[in-house]
Design a binder for this molecule. Sequence first.
Ligand SMILES: [Zn+2]
Length: 181
Amino acid sequence: MPTQKHFITPIAGVEVHDIFELDAQICIRGKALITSDTQCPSCQAKCFRIKATKTREFNHALWDQKLVRLELKIPKLLCKPCGRYFMVRVPGILSKKRSTEQFRQEIFHLHQGGLTQTRITLTHQISASTVESWYQDFVAYRVRELSGRQCPQSLFKMLKRARACAGRRHGSIRNLPKHCP
Ligand SMILES: [Zn+2]
């Protein structure tokens, strides 16, 4: 395993088994760990057994012009008290997302910094509509995070840009305040 790739590991909640390089991708194989924090999302019980294991893939980063993908075996657990099934949560990966939050934030910051959707579709191998969707996700997140505080100039500029961008595409953008100075 080349030492220069060690910086992309360790990944919280993941036991890495293998890293290998393809033409346009770097693949990290591993498994999601059951920890002392693992609990049933329905009843919060920590009494369960492994029912199955599923393999899921996620976009994780861009390194050396190559897309870093996680290929993880994720245990499916059966909660003994309530009888429900649930998947082990991997820190930094939201439910039903196919990319880590680290990756989604990277896209947001690149686009915010001026990199075009077209360029990002080439470098990060995701669609322009996904770039747009994630950008709006994080703008809305920032708005929620800062709600109640005085709207800083940088956020105002960010909102203005997001509205202009959305306006060109869809005519409007939802859930964004209009009271910034
Ligand atoms: Zn339960």
